[in-house]
Ligand binder design. Structure first.
Ligand SMILES: [Zn+2]
Length: 328
């Protein structure tokens, strides 16, 4: 099984699930176009059934409140990918965006990054392309990829928590992705008991103390020195900068609190941690584990794993959603 997987997906437990690895007699491999749309950048690829990219490109996200500009841009990207790969149209297209997205109705209810409210993007894009379109949430899709072909392989109850500019989670409950029409997984807004304000308007949110953005902001607030992201603050902490040590410790304590709440409610046996903060896993993972070991009472200690797919997770997840639409 491992030999058919992309090199960067190898090296873990289990293997691909729910993707047909067989070619038919005509040896035709189905392709899908997969797009991970962020507030500023789109990462797109044409993927085969082994999730190998046959073409890839990046583009600046087209803005527009009704989604038509992004639909037009997506059509151009799909055509460009097919041309780059020398293939025909893909069999389906998967697009994932940040925000509150209902995968079933294919409506994005809200996206701060795209400035969208109630955009029926799936239908809009399908009308434009004349191809089947899967439309989902970027973190959920990233979780689907990590659970099936990344660090979460083999788990039936798991959470994927990327800690980047914000914090959200993808949830696998009894082997199924928990979607709740896009309303689930907003762990960044669990109250972890600090006095700081969150962008959502509440105080005490996990995201306001533990996100990569919060770490950089809190370091700058305390020192007056700009920090180029959480990575730099973690480096300063590693070298003994006392303010950096405190800010990073606050962030990791916050994550411990948040994860404890998640464990208490949902009991995941595996937690996959990713995003910008956990690129420094050697420094930040052990304190989270220690916090949990010291503070869990009856809850079972989860296995903490580091995400394997990096910033490819969203795009691979978009591809998996598109293949799911086609069925095996
Ligand atoms: Zn909040």
């Amino acid at each position: 099984m491992a030999s058919v997987m992309p090199r960067d997906l190898r090296g873990g437990r289990g293997g691909l699930t729910r993707i047909s690895l067989k070619c038919d007699n005509a040896a035709v491999t189905r392709m899908v176009a997969a797009l991970d749309v962020g507030g500023t950048t789109i990462k797109a690829a044409l993927l085969d059934e082994q999730l190998q990219p046959k073409a890839a490109l990046r583009a600046e996200t087209a803005r527009g409140a009704d989604g038509t500009a992004l639909a037009a841009q997506t059509a151009d990207i799909v055509a460009a990918l097919a041309e780059q790969a020398g293939t025909g149209q893909p069999a389906a297209v998967g697009v994932v965006v940040p925000g509150i997205v209902d995968e079933q109705t294919r409506v994005c209810h809200f996206s701060a990054n795209l400035d969208w409210r109630e955009v029926p993007f799936g239908e809009l894009l399908e009308d434009r392309l004349g191809l089947p379109v899967a439309f989902g949430h970027d973190v959920t899709a990233g979780g689907i990829a990590e659970f099936r072909v990344g660090a979460g392989r083999g788990a039936t109850n798991a959470a994927f928590i990327p800690v980047g500019t914000g914090i959200a989670a993808a949830l696998l409950l009894d082997g199924r992705i928990h979607r709740a029409h896009g309303q689930a997984g907003e762990v960044g807004h669990i109250d972890v008991g600090h006095p700081g304000r969150c962008g959502c308007g509440a105080t005490g949110c996990l995201e306001a103390i533990s996100s990569a953005a919060a770490i950089a902001r809190r370091y700058t607030e305390r020192t007056g020195r700009p920090a180029d992201g959480a990575r730099e603050v973690v480096e300063l902490a590693r070298r003994g900068d006392e303010v950096a040590v405190t800010v990073v410790q606050d962030a990791l304590d916050g994550l411990g609190h948040g994860i404890r709440t998640l464990l208490t409610l949902l009991g995941p046996e595996v937690i996959v941690l990713g995003g910008g903060l956990f690129t420094a896993a050697d420094y930040v993972l052990e304190p989270v584990r220690e916090w949990l070991a010291a503070h869990l009472t009856f809850q079972k200690m989860p296995e903490l794993r580091i995400a394997e797919l990096g910033d490819e997770a969203g795009r691979l997840g978009a591809g998996l959603l598109a293949f799911d639409l086609l069925g095996n």
